[in-house]
Write a protein that binds this ligand. Structure first.
Ligand code: PEP
Length: 243
């Protein structure tokens, strides 16, 4: 399976950053599918700067409804109109900062699919849950309640404690969790789930990307901090599997 390397810029980035970043990534040799998810304010600029290239643009959230009186929110059709092809949903920072639960994530995933976007649904356990031996149970429950029937998007496994911390699970733990996620997806969604990409996210850097991306069932990476520098993002992409 060709891997997907997705950059999550979170609430970082200015208009002045777009051109140089886009020029660097769009001319890179394509060893993997590349995706950049900037803040809403830079979406349209990135889409224009990357037009005609193989690098896709995505958003970091959407509202479950197509339009309405929801101050400060952005709908999936609006994202599609701005040039997004993907949308990250249920990131642990959305779950903690905005109280998003699995039902909300599922409604957003349905809205994204209806608007023609590919949702990237994030799941992952807290450190306390891992220490209590509940990591797989928590992740299976998130999958069960966050993914709509017939889900045909991307899943990102992001242990909450690994995000932005510089810490990662062992490669054995990542491999075990990805195998558990694949089994859960097959049980939940049927044979079509064999084709879904399962990304790993949480402190992926140029120096650990090769060992993480070489693991079975790792279909790519969701990269936060290291996606802000084109050089680091491309170094990670360069060790991705062509599939
Ligand atoms: C993320 O934001 O999804 C993420 C994984 O961040 P970082 O790579 O900085 O840990």
């Amino acid at each position: 399976m060709r891997q997907l390397i997705a950059g999550n810029w979170k609430m970082f980035g200015k208009l002045a950053d777009v051109t140089a970043f886009a020029n660097a990534v769009k001319t890179a040799p394509a060893g993997a599918d590349l995706l950049i998810c900037p803040p809403f304010t830079l979406l349209e600029r990135f889409a224009a700067a990357l037009q005609g290239s193989a690098v896709a643009v995505g958003a970091q959230d959407c509202h479950p409804l197509p339009q309405g009186a929801h101050t400060g929110d952005i709908s999936a059709p609006m994202l599609a109109e701005a040039g997004a092809a993907y949308v990250i949903l249920g990131h642990s920072e959305r779950r903690s900062d905005h109280g998003e639960n699995n039902a909300v994530v599922r409604a957003k995933a349905e809205a994204a699919i209806a608007a023609g976007l590919t949702p990237i649904v994030c799941v992952g356990e807290t450190e306390a849950e891992r220490e209590a031996g509940e990591a797989e149970h928590v992740v299976r429950s998130q999958l069960l309640h966050s993914l709509p029937p017939g889900f045909a998007g991307v899943v990102a496994y992001e242990p909450v404690w690994a995000i932005g911390s510089g810490r990662t699970p062992t490669v054995d733990d990542v491999a075990a969790m990805h195998a558990a996620i694949r089994a859960a997806l097959l049980a939940q969604l049927g044979p079509a789930a064999a084709e879904l990409r399962i990304l790993y996210g949480g402190s992926v850097k140029p120096d650990n990307a090769a060992s993480l991306l070489a693991l079975p069932e790792v279909g790519g990476a969701l990269v936060g901090g290291a996606s802000l520098k084109a050089e680091d993002f491309l170094a990670i992409a360069s060790v991705a599997q062509r599939g």
